[in-house]
Ligand binder design. Structure first.
Ligand code: THU
Length: 133
């Protein structure tokens, strides 16, 4: 699975986004170390706070099926009907990623025609984890 292929899977997952309130559609594709891919989209709610981001949807799907070792996540987001720019994961999603992934975990942010690669430690330095408890 190449980074580009993972980005394409994130893009198709974005098609399932349920975002009638923000109209901001996000898709994610999470690659496990064993080579499986779990996709996710954002799922909004009339109560607003129950909304789940695309990244967490993908991670929770994977963890709920016994996967805990992850290599890369690809993320694509943007307002409905507009050309999307890079969408970085929110702070809550970064913290959820940190629960399962080390600093070298790769985070790919995509927009039409290109993507950028970051590591978790770049996007979430000075992390609070189980080792701090
Ligand atoms: N959202 C995500 O799914 N992932 C992100 O990284 C940023 C935000 C969603 C949550 C909400 O449904 C919408 O985008 C606007 O915040």
């Amino acid at each position: 699975m190449t980074d580009r292929e993972l980005m394409e899977l994130a893009q198709s997952a974005r098609g399932y986004s349920y975002s009638p309130y923000s109209h901001f559609r996000v898709g994610a594709a999470l690659l496990t170390k064993s080579g499986k891919v779990y996709t996710g989209c954002n799922i909004e709610n009339a109560g607003y706070s129950p909304t789940n981001c695309a990244e967490r949807t993908a991670i929770f799907k994977a963890v709920s099926e016994g996967e805990r070792d992850f290599e890369t996540i690809a993320i694509v987001g943007g307002r409905e009907g507009e050309t999307n720019d890079f969408t970085a994961p929110c702070g809550v999603c970064r913290q959820v990623i940190a629960e399962f992934c080390g600093g070298d975990f790769k985070i790919l942010l995509g927009r039409p025609g290109s993507f950028r690669a970051y590591t978790l430690k770049e996007l979430l330095p000075f992390t609070f984890t189980a080792q701090d408890l």
